[in-house]
Write a protein that binds this ligand. Structure first.
Ligand code: NAP
Length: 325
């Protein structure tokens, strides 16, 4: 089994930044990437608000640059997912993946969050056949098509605007008559001639055709209770995210919605386990806030290891020598 000074679970901006810091501090660092290197940001096409890129950048480019920067200092990347952890016995912590097990003196959890589902008939059946949670991944398949976007937050509007590069029309279906998204995104969306809005409305079902691809959605107007079918080719769902904390079971303290709770040093309830990014942050959810979090968690882990080791060495030296027999 490999033993590392630091194992980072997750490879979004939080994990990649943490890896830059711990590897640069000369601590052997392994990043267990999860299914998708870079996490959610790698599915975001335009990143216009990450400092240092006056002309903007793309999610995949940002991720690749951060990864290379971490590798330059010696961080190793394992393209695998964590299947279980044992944080109950303290450091070193056991981390199991599909491929290999790791022991880590310190752990930084940056496992992020996943897109929330509508949980309506047809959604799972037509995922990948017209239903999508990633405009960057799937927008290209909807060139010249009619798309609906579900949600009224920043994600729905940002990705909806992006989808107008491909679709003939983008209709944003929102359950209220007021958007949650920022004023800047609202003005851009409202000014975009390809974007229209359906207010006070929820999607109740996704329907397919004889070829097994989406052809319509069933909508319900919550004010009038009118139910009707609307022909569409693509359904993009952006209704928020859920934290990926299930793998930790009850080993880390969490809030009622599954977000890991941390103190101001990014320490979790387990001594030696730190957390950063969307696994604890349901509010800001920005690449830059995740990166800042990753930096803070890494500095705390570096400090924790640095304080702990002289104590362990002293305890080792003081251990009474016992007779061989
Ligand atoms: P969000 O802000 O939580 O918005 C989710 C949207 O989906 C809301 O409009 C909500 O409606 C709607 N919704 C939730 N559950 C629904 C359901 N079951 N059926 C229909 N509609 C449902 O999520 P987000 O847009 O992903 O943004 C999350 C965070 O990331 C925010 O802090 C945001 O600022 C940030 N973010 C920022 C940027 C950027 O700055 N460029 C881009 C993306 C995300 P209600 O409004 O009625 O609750």
């Amino acid at each position: 089994m490999q033993r590392e000074r630091v194992v980072i679970i997750g490879s979004g901006p939080a994990g990649l930044t943490a890896a830059i810091y711990t590897a640069r501090a000369q601590l052997s660092t392994v990043v267990i990437t999860g299914k998708l290197l870079g996490g959610q940001i790698s599915t975001t096409h335009e990143v216009e608000n990450f400092p240092g890129f006056p002309d903007g950048t793309t999610g995949p480019e940002l991720v690749e640059n951060m990864k290379q920067q971490a590798e330059r200092f010696g961080a190793k990347f394992v393209y695998d997912s964590v299947t279980s952890v044992d944080f109950t016995k303290g450091s070193p912590f056991l981390i199991k993946t599909d491929g290999e097990d790791y022991l880590a003196d310190a752990v930084i959890v940056t496992i992020g969050a996943n897109p929330r589902k509508l949980n309506i008939p047809g959604e799972a059946e037509y995922t990948g056949r017209g239903v999508s949670y990633c405009a960057t991944c799937d927008g290209f398949f909807f060139r010249g098509k009619d798309i609906i976007v579900v949600g009224g937050g920043d994600s729905a509007l940002q990705e909806g605007i992006f989808l107008t590069k491909f679709g003939r029309s983008v209709n944003i279906v929102h359950r209220r008559d007021e958007l949650r998204a920022s004023a800047a995104l609202q003005s851009r969306a409202l000014a975009n001639p390809k974007i229209s809005f359906t207010w006070d409305t929820v999607v109740e079902a996704v329907k397919g055709n004889e070829n097994g691809v989406v052809q319509a959605v069933t909508l319900r107007n919550l004010k009038t209770q009118e139910v009707y079918d609307k022909p569409v080719d693509g359904v993009f769902v952006f209704i928020g995210y859920d934290p990926n904390s299930a793998v930790f079971g009850d080993q880390l303290a969490m809030d009622s919605t599954g977000y890991v709770t941390i103190d101001h040093l990014h320490a979790t309830s387990v001594d030696g386990v730190f957390a950063a990014g969307e696994i604890h942050d349901s509010t800001f959810r920005q690449a830059i806030t995740a990166a800042g979090d990753g930096c803070k968690a890494a500095l705390s882990a570096i400090n924790w290891l640095g304080v702990r080791e002289p104590i362990l060495q002293k305890l080792d030296a003081e251990e009474p020598v016992t007779a061989a027999n």
